[in-house]
Design a protein. Structure first.
Length: 405
């Protein structure tokens, strides 16, 4: 007859010390020998062997016993006594998750009950995968901190061996499993499943499956965030800590080896006082040579440079009148060049460009030939190519007081 759940839980509570000792024995030795079981039962003055078998807490293995996996995992979780698992053990989830995903994808329009079960199984596998990664990371972190503090007084050589083994056999392979950019990683497969789930959570004919796809999608988003957190712990905290342990241990091991036989090799003069100058021994003479240049002072005079060039201000009114008096002008730019030569004998580019602005006045009418024509005008060392513009007459503008002008 199967025992009631409350009865089993009450039994675990009442005999917790004995069960915890059985757990420790199996953790250390891999199995609980018949003699050891008798010793533990006798020690705690409670003959519970029959209940351990009846409640399926222990299962026989030849003449010995072991705690069933479900109870072992429960006690392990309560005690936080997780042993680091090799990444190969975690890698098995890639196969199970990929296989479930393949069947879901290939039979997406098949039996709805089977599809629902597979989606549920996939969610369970994803959750189990993350929990195992989390336990592994925390276990490695705890053991590394203990190794750093050297609680168990481990030899420095052994510390080097352990630190190197954890890096090569645990951390680097585990990081590959969590690397989403690695095509064969579990993280990459979960990303692929999340995109698939996002598609079908929004568009699927069966409502129950659509709800499951949505739950799976949000579960995968949370798992992705958690995996990133675990990866950061491995990369930013655990790996530097182990590298530091390994480096320190190598240095200390070297010193210990030397101190065991200090006369075998000449010791380096690490503590010998040595003065090192940060500047050259010739610095004094170089500095003296520089300062000697200033011994013979000479008078220095500064003269302000006078700008003799006359400041020219463009008299627009004057040149506008001059242009109108010469209308019609067949070539406006040539007229500008000629006018400046008459006034100043020498044409300056600034004055030339100032004078050409007259062509843009509103009361000046400009005409261009049917076919564009160009002239070349030489101003000092500069040759300008300008269009031929004809200004025939002053345009008639309406004045509100005097009529047409």
């Amino acid at each position: 007859m199967k025992a009631e759940p409350k009865t089993i839980l009450r039994f675990l509570l009442e005999h917790y010390d004995a069960i915890a000792e059985l757990f420790e024995t199996q953790s250390n030795e891999g199995i609980i020998k018949f003699e050891v079981l008798n010793q533990i039962v006798t020690k705690h003055e409670s003959d519970i062997r029959s209940q351990l078998i009846e409640y399926k807490i222990l299962s026989p293995v030849n003449d010995n016993y072991e705690i069933r996996t479900v109870y072992y995992n429960l006690i392990e979780f309560i005690l936080s006594e997780f042993k680091p698992m090799l990444p190969e053990t975690i890698e098995k989830y890639h196969t199970s998750i990929a296989e479930l995903f393949r069947k879901i994808r290939e039979n997406i329009n098949g039996d709805k009950v089977t599809l629902s079960q597979r989606l549920n199984d996939l969610a369970i596998e994803v959750r189990s995968f993350y929990e195992m990664v989390e336990r592994n990371t925390q276990s490695l972190l705890q053991e590394t901190r203990e190794l750093k503090a050297n609680v168990k007084k481990i030899d420095y050589r052994e510390k080097i061996v352990r630190a190197s083994r954890w890096i090569d056999e645990y951390i680097i392979p585990l990081n590959k499993i969590l690397d989403i950019n690695h095509s064969t990683s579990v993280a990459n497969k979960l990303y692929e499943i999340s995109e698939f789930s996002n598609k079908y959570r929004l568009n699927f004919d069966d409502e129950n499956a659509r709800v499951q796809f949505e739950k799976l999608y949000f579960q995968l988003i949370q798992v992705n965030d958690n995996l990133l957190r675990q990866s950061k712990i491995l990369t930013n905290e655990l790996l530097p800590l182990i590298e530091r342990i390994r480096t320190e241990s190598i240095i200390l091991t070297g010193w210990i080896t030397y101190l065991k036989n200090p006369y075998k090799r000449k010791a380096p003069k690490l503590l010998k006082r040595k003065e090192v100058s940060v500047y050259s021994k010739d610095t004094f003479y170089n500095a003296s040579e520089i300062f000697e240049q200033f011994k013979n002072e000479t008078d220095v005079y500064f003269e302000e440079e006078e700008n003799e060039a006359e400041k020219w201000i463009f008299d627009k009114e004057h040149y506008t009148k001059k242009l109108k008096d010469n209308l019609p002008v067949e070539n406006f730019f040539s007229w500008c060049n000629k006018t400046l030569k008459e006034d100043y004998k020498k044409v300056e580019i600034e004055k030339f460009f100032a004078l050409t602005t007259l062509a843009f006045d509103e009361d000046i009418e400009r005409e261009y030939g049917a076919k564009p024509q160009f002239d070349k005008i030489k101003i000092n060392d500069l040759t300008l190519t300008v269009p031929k513009v004809t200004i025939n007459q002053q345009s008639q503008l309406i004045d509100p007081q005097h009529g047409i002008s």
